[in-house]
Design a protein. Structure first.
Length: 186
């Protein structure tokens, strides 16, 4: 066997590998829990230019976020991931390697899950979650939102987004009509 020096391509590949960080995080919801594991990786080509050089911390944060997301059933773990999925102008892999869809609860095509879209709208327009759920169930003609079909929920989300953009105050008044007055104890 004859040793020989590496060419530039091989050397560049090795340098990329050296700059890659991978973390494993485990979240325990209780003392008896087996734990929820999440992995995070980061290297220069999958991080934003603003955090270049901090790949170690990015990988650690991703691992923690993924473990938390699994433990608590959260579909999307950060605003950056939401932005990369909903914005056509930003590259999908700049912030998170796990933007490839995971078939769970109605999404298998690089679109955020319906629940995530709804949560994002609620946060974006500062709406009351319980009132939105009541309005959604009424809109879909079901007792609860869970009983609605995917098409009805998609239609509701589109409707809610349009209302929120056009006239948020009117939407809030509509949502308040779904509030149940609390009993007064004497």
């Amino acid at each position: 066997m004859q040793p020989r020096p590496l060419d530039r391509t091989q050397l560049a590949h090795i340098l990329k590998v050296v700059l890659c960080w991978v973390f494993r995080a485990t979240v325990y919801k209780s003392r008896k829990s087996r734990g929820f594991v999440g992995y995070g990786d980061a290297y220069p080509s999958n991080t934003a230019p603003a955090v270049r050089g901090a790949e170690l911390r990015v990988a650690e944060t991703r691992a923690i976020n993924r473990a938390l997301r699994k433990a608590y059933g959260i579909g999307i773990c950060s605003v950056e991931v939401v932005a990369s999925l909903t914005s056509s102008s930003s590259p999908a892999n700049h912030y998170d390697v796990a933007t490839t869809p995971q078939p769970q609860h109605g999404s298998n095509n690089c679109q955020p899950r319906l629940k995530d879209k709804l949560c994002l709208l609620i946060r974006q327009y500062n709406l009351d979650t319980n009132l939105v759920k009541a309005y959604a169930a009424d809109f879909c003609g079901t007792e609860t939102l869970r009983g609605a079909t995917q098409e009805l929920v998609e239609s509701f989300i589109s409707h809610l987004e349009t209302q929120a953009k056009e006239n948020r105050d009117s939407l809030v008044c509509k949502l308040n009509s779904y509030a149940h007055p609390e009993e007064v104890r004497s």
